[in-house]
Design a protein around this ligand. Structure first.
Ligand SMILES: Cc1ncc(C[n+]2csc(CCOP(=O)(O)OP(=O)(O)O)c2C)c(N)n1
Ligand SMILES: [Mg+2]
Length: 635
């Protein structure tokens, strides 16, 4: 017996049975089987009635029992996922979820095999963020689930819905050292909103419904379902499988009208009001309400990294180029689906005035008053809250004129910063700096691109230089600051575009270190023909490295592990050569012209990924900042 419990030949037979047929044929076959099962069920009822009226023997009753089990856990689960409206499953198959992976496809779900469960889980939650419907992650027992937990934690911190399905060892192997045995329900629990093992195959749909509901209702997050081999293989009569309706859309939470009035009074009397638009507003699809609030009131706004695009970065009221000043000077800050965590420097000095007042709008009551007490704390969806606040301010005839001293101050600062960036991006001397590279990319790409990005400097500078004018068009390391998310996010984004906006392209901008965390998902992109444009901004290290001569000199003095600086990666690595594994060519760029040529060629490719490796100065840095990116702890 092989490790997987499958011999080569029975796996081949199963695959032949399930896979080498077009989807329609598979579905037709399913219908035939379903019809057959219905007939069988009717036949069973007749036999059972006959048996009970004639006082049938034990063996006849057993015969009836065997006939009464026309489906199993694998198929019940696959159909329950489909019936709850799930479309995609990402994962890695293996024991005990091999047949499940086949059943998923047979039920009409789309299954994408990844190279690591963590990346699959990142992809699934990005799909959840983009569509408000979770995708599922399929993992084998033990290490498979453990890998996905990294993704679950990320989803919880980002508040994105995802459903993780973990195979687990047969229940009769539990406690005696089963293959990949692990206490998965308990292990998953701290990283999700719902962690459960359905008690029987017939009850699986109930737990799928609950998992989907908990992942998407209230503050979204992860849900975990544990699936022992014995449960997946359990035979059950389909008439006994619990019937559950699809989860309705989450309810919209309206704000308390009195609190909106209080917020409007506070804003009207402010000297320097500021709106901060977070990814909660993006998830809530609140763009039209927030855009209206901004344009009706003329209040300056700042987006958080993934709040970018809810209101266009190019909007006249965007003060991203004067971010530090806006935060430091504002006397009333309105938070729209943005949390006062490290990203917003906890709402405290030295990044804010000591007397700043906050109006907080958040779907999650537990988030209210976090870090500092809000003057007005509103538990609501961002859409209705923004709409009602705009109306309350209109009733008060509030409109901040562009000649207001607050605007003059912000414009002066913003223009100065824009000028500095402009100067830096004009410096195209080689090796290139970040700003010159990003200016070239920004000038080239269509403005409906969905941008995924990770790294440190690459992500931070890219966020400033690459503009988003549409909501949910930026996916990055997020609140958890996770490296390794980029390729998974891009795959989800590419599927989302393929299904809904085939004209849109996905750009995945990676630091060279960030790329390394999940670089092998390039093969996944090839396998599913996803036309993602991958850009690696290569500075030979984490935050930066060394040129080849300095690197060699440093390493010549001792053993590599004694002397190699921890931030360094091998200089001039040709990540672009990975394309050759798939018979394609990548681009190794050192000049602006190289980048332009590579971008032009890559945007023409429609049936698979492209990879552009851009060498920059390993010592290139960010524009000097008034504050370090992470506000120092005062404890
Ligand atoms: C999972 C994980 N491991 C490690 C880190 C620490 N970390 C932060 S940024 C970063 C990589 C930065 O280097 P790179 O991606 O090359 O971008 P650069 O700053 O060089 O442009 C690392 C390893 C992290 N945030 N997440
Ligand atoms: Mg780097």
């Amino acid at each position: 017996m092989s490790l997987s419990g499958w011999t080569g030949s029975n796996l081949r037979t199963a695959l032949q049975r399930q896979l080498f047929r077009p989807r329609r044929q598979v579905q037709q076959q399913q219908k035939v089987v379903a019809r057959q099962l219905l007939c069988n069920a009717a036949e069973h009822v007749i036999i059972r009635r006959a048996a009970s009226s004639s006082g049938s023997s034990f063996s006849a009753a057993r015969e009836i029992d065997v006939k009464m089990t026309d489906t199993d856990g694998d198929n019940v689960l696959a159909e329950a996922l489909r019936d709850q409206g799930l479309r995609y499953v990402f994962g890695i198959m293996g024991h005990p979820v091999i047949e499940l992976s086949l059943a998923l496809q047979a039920a009409g779900l789309r299954y994408l095999g990844f190279r690591n469960e963590q990346a699959a889980c990142y992809a699934a939650q990005a799909y959840g963020y983009l569509t408000r419907k979770p995708a599922a992650v399929l993992c084998v027992s033990g290490p498979g689930v453990l890998h996905a937990i990294g993704g679950m934690a990320n989803a919880q911190v980002n508040c994105w819905p995802v459903l993780v399905l973990g195979g687990s060892c047969p229940q009769d192997h539990e406690g005696i050292g089963g293959f990949q045995e692990w206490s998965q329900v308990e292990a998953a629990r701290p990283y999700c909103k719902y962690s459960a093992r359905p008690p029987s195959a017939a009850l699986i749909p109930l737990h799928v419904e609950k998992a989907v509901r908990l992942a998407t209702y209230g503050r979204p997050g992860a849900a975990y379902l544990d699936l022992p081999a014995t449960l997946l293989k359990q035979k059950v009569d389909s008439s006994r499988v619990v019937r559950v309706k699809p989860v309705p859309e989450p309810p919209l939470a309206y704000p308390d009208a009195g609190l909106i009035e209080q917020a409007a009074d506070l804003v009207r009397n402010a000297e320097k009001p500021l709106l901060i638009v977070g990814k909660g507003a993006a998830y809530a699809r609140a763009e039209s309400a927030v855009r209206e609030l901004v344009s009706d009131t003329g209040i300056p706004f700042l987006p958080t990294p993934m709040g970018k695009g809810v209101v266009p970065d190019t909007d006249v009221n965007c003060v991203a180029s004067a971010r530090s000043s806006a935060l430091l000077q504002s006397d009333v800050v309105v938070l729209l689906g943005a949390r006062l965590n490290w990203m917003l420097h906890f709402g405290k000095p030295p990044r804010y005035r000591p007397d700043v007042k906050f109006v907080q709008v958040d779907l999650c009551a537990e988030e209210l008053h976090n870090s500092v007490q809000a003057s007005v704390a509103i538990q609501a969806d961002v859409g209705p809250a923004a709409r009602l606040l705009a109306k309350a301010l209109k009733d008060r005839r509030f409109k901040l004129s562009k000649n207001h001293p607050w605007w003059n101050e912000l414009n002066a600062k913003g223009n100065k910063n824009k000028q500095i960036l402009n100067e830096m991006s004009k410096d195209v001397s080689e090796p290139l700096n970040y700003y010159a590279v990003f200016k070239t990319i920004q000038d080239f790409i269509p403005d409906n691109c969905l941008i995924c990005s990770e790294g440190a400097n690459t992500m931070d500078i890219g966020r400033t230089m690459l503009l988003n004018n549409l909501p949910r068009h930026r996916l990055d390391a997020g609140t958890f600051g996770t490296m390794g998310v980029g390729l998974g996010y891009s795959i989800a984004a590419a599927l989302y575009c393929k299904d809904n906006y085939p004209e849109k392209r996905v750009l995945c901008v990676e630091g060279d270190s960030a790329f390394g965390f999940s670089g092998m998902e390039l093969e996944t992109m090839f396998r599913y023909n996803l036309p993602i444009i991958l850009i690696v901004v290569n500075n030979n290290g984490i935050y930066g490295g060394f040129d080849i001569e300095t690197y060699n000199t440093i390493r010549s003095v001792g053993d590599a592990s004694d002397v190699t600086p921890p931030n360094t990666l091998t200089p001039n690595s040709q990540y672009d050569k990975m394309m050759e594994m798939f018979g394609k060519r990548g681009y190794f760029c050192k000049t602006i012209e190289d980048i332009k040529t590579a971008l032009k060629a890559s945007f023409k490719v429609q049936d698979g990924p492209s990879l552009i490796n851009i060498m920059i100065n390993p010592q290139a840095d960010r524009k000097e900042q008034a504050f370090s990116w992470l506000t120092e702890s005062k404890l």
